[in-house]
Design a protein around this ligand. Structure first.
Ligand SMILES: *[C@@H]1O[C@H](CO)[C@@H](O)[C@H](O)[C@H]1NC(C)=O
Ligand SMILES: *[C@@H]1O[C@H](CO)[C@@H](O)[C@H](O)[C@H]1NC(C)=O
Ligand SMILES: *[C@@H]1O[C@H](CO)[C@@H](O)[C@H](O)[C@H]1NC(C)=O
Length: 493
């Protein structure tokens, strides 16, 4: 018990609700998340290799407002002990972080393993376990080794093998202590957002071919990495591995757009889920036909959307131990009008479907333009996922709200409270088996091309201070209290 717990916060039972909609199931786990490039800094520490984000921000410093970059970020490379302390202050059951592939394998390949990189992650993992906090480790959160990008990155089919080799190195190094793994974070960003816009590393723009080639190759990479764990490591370590999708909930603007909304869900989430989680495997219903027609319309002689062979389908199908997803916001969708233009990701129209996305009317929007608050989307999404993929285990791997700063973040507290309420309804009323909830983020960090101005942290980070001092926000006290009482019936005095 530290000072942090001492300022907690009495539990009050809300009169209007019975306990089960306010109290989390026994064994339900809470965590917070970060990602390597967004927090670590130490971009050129000892023998670390260059990643695509290092190259992207150094090549053209104006890509992020105020010439910001992740060279130092939260300096978690040096501040990892404080990070663990924060996780302990919150009472987290687990901490989700990602590994920098080029910090562990400076060349991107398994010919050389960095002692310093291994030391860094060993310290972090051992430090967490010493405080009773479980590490939930993501292998890839967008920072590809530049030497692999030089060989076409996620559009080269050979990357499936290179990623699998990296995964084997990592399982070998940390698998005795890490039991919860995630292969790839938000494939829709790695493939669709990156190549549709060119606005994220590696800065390559190719919207008609690359996203779909990448989509398939990335699934193959995930599947190989999952199978290596399943065959070589699971028998002795008994851990679990999955992939983490970013899922937007989509509502039809009016009844007539119901089918369009369903297709949009299949396009946004299904392209990275159906091949893995459905009984039959392969692409989701309807999508292959849409992509085929679009390819013809764009003048290609055949579909630019790659088919799976039966062997590939079988390789990918069933490669999960739970269903992990990140969820932030929802949209309404309608058909585009004649000549209407499409806004690119992340606000995100669906040009392939001729669909225009609209923000939910009247909802609060945070610092980042895409961040409309629509808590009901959480419950509807969970119900939809259970209908699609069955009564499996669901892990919410990110959920959070961006502000412009300040320690009194009522909007963030309300966001977590309202989304958790909807999650509890899905659990209690709809029988969805959600076992973990993860707040994004443990602390403010580099919000990619939005820079440091958009703040998602339960802890504020002072980026003008060389020590990158971290200070708990009101939301940190709130979250700690929810965790301590295993209930939403808490108030902050
Ligand atoms: C939970 O909330 C729902 C919706 O408000 C309500 O219908 C249900 O009775 C509540 N369940 C319990 C056990 O309180
Ligand atoms: C590492 O990068 C920083 C800039 O972020 C630079 O000042 C420093 O000289 C570099 N160190 C090495 C060893 O290259
Ligand atoms: C939810 O999933 C976990 C992990 O597979 C399992 O242990 C648990 O029994 C499931 N709970 C329910 C209510 O199905």
């Amino acid at each position: 018990m530290g000072w942090f717990q001492a300022v907690l916060i009495s539990a009050v039972l809300a009169a209007s609700c019975t306990a089960s909609n306010r109290t989390f199931p026994p064994g339900f786990k809470f965590g917070a998340a970060t990602a390597a490039y967004q927090i670590e800094g130490g971009w050129n520490a000892t023998d670390k290799g260059e990643s695509i984000w290092d190259r992207f921000v150094h090549d053209d410093p104006t890509r992020i407002p105020n010439n910001e970059n992740g060279d130092i970020a939260c300096d978690s490379y040096n501040n990892w002990e404080r990070d663990i302390e924060m996780a302990a202050e919150l009472g987290l059951h687990f901490y989700r972080f990602s590994l920098s592939w080029s910090r562990i394998l400076p060349t991107g390949f398994n010919n050389r393993i960095s002692e310093d990189g291994v030391r860094y992650y060993n310290n972090l993992i051992d430090g967490l376990l010493a405080r009773g906090i479980e590490p939930f480790v993501t292998l890839y959160h967008w920072d590809l080794p530049q030497p692999i990008q030089d060989l076409s990155g996620w559009t080269n089919p050979l990357i499936a093998e290179w990623f699998a080799e990296y995964a084997r190195v990592v399982y070998t190094l940390f698998g005795d202590r890490v039991k919860l793994w995630n292969t790839i974070n938000e494939p829709i960003v790695v493939c669709d957002a990156v190549y549709n816009t060119g606005a994220y590393a590696p800065g390559v723009s190719n919207s008609e071919v690359a996203p779909y080639v990448c989509n398939k190759i990335l699934l193959m990479a995930h599947a190989k990495a999952w199978r290596i764990y399943d065959e070589e490591f699971k028998p002795k370590y008994h851990g679990k591995v999955s992939i983490t999708n970013n899922l937007l909930w989509v509502e039809p603007a009016t009844e007539e757009f119901k089918e369009l909304a369903e297709l949009a869900l299949q396009n946004f989430g299904g392209r990275y889920s159906h091949p893995i989680y459905s009984k039959e495997g392969g692409w989701p219903p309807g999508i292959e036909e849409v992509m085929f027609q679009n390819s013809l319309k764009r003048g290609y002689s055949k579909s630019q959307f790659p088919a799976f062979t039966q062997e590939e389908k079988d390789l990918v199908r069933g490669t999960f131990d739970f269903f992990a997803f990140n969820h932030y916001t929802s949209r309404y969708i309608r058909k585009a009008k004649e000549g209407e233009t499409f806004a690119p990701f992340p606000v995100g129209d669906v040009e392939d479907l001729d669909g225009i996305n609209m923000m939910p009317e009247g909802s609060e929007v945070g610092a980042t333009s895409w961040s409309a608050v629509f808590p009901e989307g959480m419950r509807r999404l969970l119900v939809w996922l259970k209908e699609q993929y069955g009564d499996i285990e669901f892990v919410i791997a990110e959920n959070g709200f961006p502000t412009y700063g300040g320690l009194e973040d009522t909007s963030r507290i309300n966001y977590h409270k309202e989304y958790l309420e909807q999650m509890l309804l899905a659990i209690n009323e709809d029988g969805v088996n959600v076992t973990h909830y993860t707040a994004w983020s443990l602390m403010d960090n580099l919000e990619w091309v939005d820079g440091y101005a958009h703040k998602f942290g339960l802890y504020e980070v002072d980026f003008t201070d060389p020590k990158r001092t971290r200070t708990p926000r009101q939301s940190a006290y709130y979250y700690a209290s929810v965790i301590a009482h295993h209930s939403l019936d808490v108030s902050i005095d």
